[in-house]
Each structure stands twice: as C-alpha cells, then as structure tokens.
Write a protein that binds this ligand. Structure first.
Ligand code: MLT
Ligand code: MN
Ligand code: ZN
Length: 297
C-alpha cells in the first residue's frame, strides 16, 4: 500500500489566514514548515488513488503530488474520494474536483444528505461523479485491491450544522474512522475523534499504521493561547494529554502499530520541533505527520 499525506493540519491550516499565534507566525517566517488541511491519498497499486477527505487546499495538494497528476488529456489517477465527516476542511475540496472528470464519492448516508442539501456541490456532474453510500462496518472497494471499512467513532456534527446544544460525543454516521486494507497491510485513519473508549482502542490495535486526531495537545489549547474560547471537547476532539487523552489511551496499542498524529491544529505546541511537547510525543512512540510524507506498507 502506498500513502501520501496531502495535508497534516486541522481546519484553517498552518498558518491560518487570520492567526498570529506563535506557530502561525513561525510558519510565515519559514522557521517551521507550513501545513495544508487534513487529507490522505492511498493506493494499492500506485496507479489508482483514493483521496481520504477533500480539503480546501486540494488544488495545491494535487499539484505537489507527482503520482496524482493527469496521465493524459483530461484525466486523473484519482479513482475515488472517501469522506469521514462533513466538516468544511474535509468537503470543500470537492468543489475543486468539478470540471467533468469521473470519480466515485463515498460517504455515509448522513454525510451524503448534507452534500445533497447544499446545492453548490451539484457542480459535480451527477453523470460522472457517482455518490456511493457507505454503511458502517461494511467493507467496500473504492479502487482495485483496496478495501475500506468505515466505523463510527465518538464525534460531533459539523460546526455549521450545530443546533443550540450539539451532542459532543455522538456515535453514528456523522463522524467515522476508516480501516484501509490491501493484501499487505492495514491502515487506520481517524482525523476526528472525541473520545477513546476501550472498544475503539481495541479496533485501532488491528492497524499496522494509525493516523489519529492530533488537533489539540491539552483540552484548553485555544483558551490558553488566547486564540478562542473553544475547548477540544467542545470541538469534538480528544486531547493528546491527560488520563483520557490519546497518548495515555493509545499507549495500549501493540508495538507493531506505528502511530502518527494528523489533523493538527495550528495552536498545538507539538508543532514546535524543539519543544518539550514534541519530545514527550517522540518518547511515547508517536510521530507528527507533515505535508508530503509518504509511506509504503
Ligand atoms: C473540526 O475539525 O473541528 C472542524 O474542521 C472545525 C471547522 O469546521 O473549522
Ligand atoms: Mn477539522
Ligand atoms: Zn495560529
């Protein structure tokens, strides 16, 4: 299996257009690498590729990836797009994929309903872009040799769909993780996750490589940095730190599971390569994804 991190950042990217926090300032100054918004590309054969989420930065991400360029006049190696939720950072890139080229779009019925309710997505020609409902815990094959099984993880509905009191730990079709398998390996991709109950830890332990929600270091990253009043819990993202955090909870994964944080918010201190938080992650066996990171499994 081949995979490429198209974007390692959470919504907003690094730097975020309106943010002057330390990480955003450092990336503008070239002191730390900038990052585009959360997406992976995977392929079993290196020829047909599946995009896991379609970020607002997709156009630049495709330009930067030689294996994703057209091989002829009006062509793409992108066979399919699979969505994990309906957040802006995961769906806005669909608008980049207009221009009359066929691919399959896989998402849960709930997420497909959100797209259907937004007429702007009708720029994707229904005669070319098939909208394929994916059922929880049911494998499908979006490209030759690649099997994907979506599974519910604790999460929250997309920000723009929140009512007065959103459920901050709902488990259903609106936030899913993906288990991606080919003949050689298993990859788990969970860019948004509000909590890590035992059953989920056990499921993730089946992966050779895990890309997991690295939005916040501590629950109060944003209040602490003065960038906003939203906690990780309020945004539907489990923190890295703390007894219920991903560092502690996923310490139980088998040693063969390589662990990489993705969907990292620009306020997260782990983005400082020389910082104590980054050293702590490394000691715990975690890596931090970066744009253009490639892995062959
Ligand atoms: C999230 O991951 O919490 C969302 O992408 C936030 C957003 O919509 O900006
Ligand atoms: Mn997001
Ligand atoms: Zn920032």
């Amino acid at each position: 299996m081949h995979l490429r991190v198209l974007g390692a950042a959470a919504g907003g990217g690094l730097p975020q257009w309106n943010c002057g926090c330390r990480n955003c300032a450092d990336s503008r100054a070239g002191r730390i690498p900038s990052m585009t918004q959360s997406s992976l590309a995977v392929s079993a054969d290196g020829a047909a590729w599946v995009l896991l989420n379609a970020s607002p930065d997709l156009r630049m991400q495709l330009l930067g990836a030689p294996s994703l360029r057209p091989r002829g006049l009006r062509d793409t190696p992108v066979a399919a797009v699979v969505l994990t939720n309906a957040d802006v950072d995961h769906i806005a890139g669909l608008l980049t994929l207009r221009e009359k080229t066929a691919f399959d779009l896989h998402a849960t019925p709930e997420v497909l309903a959100t797209l259907a309710a937004n007429a702007v997505f009708d720029v994707l020609d229904a005669g070319l872009v098939r909208r394929c409902p994916m059922a929880l815990d049911t494998p499908f094959e979006p490209a030759p040799g690649l099997r994907i099984t979506p599974f519910a993880v604790p999460g929250k509905v997309a920000l723009y769909l929140e009512g007065a009191r959103p459920d901050l730990g709902e488990i259903g079709e609106r936030t899913v993780g993906l288990m991606i398998e080919d003949a050689a390996a298993r990859l788990a991709y969970v860019p948004g996750c509000a909590a890590l109950p035992d059953w989920l830890v056990e499921r993730l332990g089946g992966a050779d490589l895990l890309f997991f929600d690295g939005t916040v270091w501590e629950d109060d990253d944003m209040p602490r940095t003065g960038t906003g009043d939203r906690t990780g819990a309020r945004m539907g993202h489990v923190p890295m730190q703390g007894p219920a955090g991903s560092l502690a909870r996923l310490a139980a994964l088998p040693a063969r599971t390589r662990k990489v944080y993705i969907h990292i918010n620009n306020t997260n201190p782990v983005l400082q390569p020389a910082g104590p938080e980054r050293a702590l992650l490394a000691r715990a066996g975690w890596e931090v994804a970066h744009d253009g990171m490639e892995v062959t499994l």
